[in-house]
Design a protein around this ligand. Structure first.
Ligand code: PLP
Length: 413
């Protein structure tokens, strides 16, 4: 049995911060196990966004009035919180985006177009989310780049020997996730960065699943680019960030034009661009959401990611133990280092049916390809069920989920 008693994380207290956890679904208490798709939002984050709209809603940077100053201070304040959260060297290395997806598209379109040419090679892992595949495929088609795939073994662990062997003198970039959203595999990104750098390539790390579960230190990882979304770290949707080393960002051209990103605009002389980070933040950003992003990082800081991680690891161990006892259930992704994500299939039962029926019992899990079709194809399936955990989940919820799953399997088989 997994012991939950010696931990400092007071889960009852954590749960009180999340109003949505009190709701019912189909007359049953909500058991929310879809955290890898989006996490729930604590009251302090909801309040911070409401407070922005109630008290200091104004456009940022250009205003010379009190509300604009306050909004700018809050917006830039989040930039500093993000910097501290990932231990970046400088706050100008943090660019606000709509999320991980937009951050990766920014690198592909700005850095990629400026630095890549026909025949250059990009290494992408088999574990990637579509948002770290498709932007590179679009670019590759246009610039005639070559994409090479880092393979995984039967546990869903990257093959590091194959990784080393994929490098050639044309390899320019490695694009890899820190933690797989489909299988939960934690990748050795510091080691991968070291290998990439020795080969003269850069590394972009998709940290969408790492930010909620691990202490991220971009300097220790030596990542050249790092991306994550606020909505998977207890923050609002529609906002996220790209970290880039200052020397790289400074040399990169803008990718979207508009207000906020220029120094001077002229028809007679060349338009000049703002310094980083503003060069990459064209137009009015999601100011209220950025404020909420900051509040979410404050919330995580209050509870300490190390405690949250060790709580989630016990939830993972407990769920793995219980699910393994179910006849005909197979867990996909059995890496020794995993985050709190379990993908599974059940013999004789469609994942879609399981997802729909278990929702009737109040349990929210995700079914489908999890935006990782190349990975599922490799394992010979087109869909799995996925349960993923957050700081507010409890062992009792996992027991409810497992009992519900057994009932559902009995119904569909
Ligand atoms: C969710 C996720 C993304 C995409 O994040 P968005 O917020 O949808 O942009 C990318 N990569 C991984 C690993 C994810 O889990």
């Amino acid at each position: 049995m997994v012991d939950f008693n010696d931990l400092e994380l007071d889960v009852a207290q954590v749960r009180r911060h999340f109003p949505i956890l009190d709701r019912e679904v189909h007359g049953k208490p909500l058991v929310y196990l879809d955290n890898a798709a989006t996490s729930q939002t604590p009251e302090s984050v909801i309040q911070s966004i409401a407070d922005y709209y109630r008290r200091y809603n104004a456009n940022i940077h250009r205003g010379l009035h009190t509300l604009a100053d306050e909004a700018t201070a809050a917006y830039e304040g989040t930039r500093e919180k993000v910097r501290a959260f990932i231990n970046a060297h400088e706050h100008r290395e943090i660019i606000f985006t709509r999320g991980t997806t937009e951050a990766i598209n920014l690198v592909a379109n700005s850095w990629g177009r400026a630095n890549l040419k026909a025949g250059d090679e990009i290494l992408i892992s088999r574990l990637e989310h579509h948002s770290n595949i498709v932007p590179w495929q679009l670019l590759a088609r246009e610039l005639e780049l070559r994409i090479k795939v880092i393979p995984v073994d039967e546990r869903g662990v990257l093959d590091m020997h194959a990784y080393r062997d994929l490098f050639t003198e044309r390899t320019r970039l490695v694009a890899v996730n820190h933690i797989s959203n489909a299988f939960g595999t934690v990748n050795p990104v510091a080691e991968m960065a070291d290998i990439a750098h020795r080969q003269g390539a850069l590394i972009l790390v998709d940290g969408a699943q790492a930010a909620p579960h691990e202490r991220v230190d971009v300097q220790a990882l030596d990542a050249d680019f790092y991306a994550f979304s606020a909505h998977k770290v207890y923050g609002p949707t529609g906002v996220g960030m790209l970290y880039g080393k200052a020397t790289l960002l400074e040399a990169m051209p803008p990718w979207q034009g508009g207000g906020e990103m220029i120094k001077t605009v002229s028809f007679e002389a060349p338009t000049t661009f703002a310094d980083i980070p503003h060069r990459f933040e064209a137009g009015t950003p999601a100011i209220g959401e950025v404020v909420g992003f900051g509040a979410a990082l404050d919330w995580v800081g209050e509870f300490d990611l190390r405690l949250i991680k060790s709580w989630e690891q016990r939830l993972l161990a407990h769920a793995t133990q219980e699910l393994s006892r179910i006849d005909g259930l197979r867990i996909l992704g059995t890496a020794p280092h995993k985050a709190a994500v379990i993908s599974f299939i059940v013999e004789g039962a469609h994942s879609q049916d399981i997802g729909l029926l278990i929702d009737q019992l109040g349990v929210a899990i995700r079914t489908g390809h999890h935006c990782a079709q190349p990975l599922l194809t490799e394992f010979g399936v087109d869909a799995t069920c996925r349960a993923s955990f957050a700081a507010y989940n409890t062992p009792e919820e996992i027991d409810i989920f497992v009992e519900a799953l057994k009932r559902v399997i009995g119904m569909v088989r």
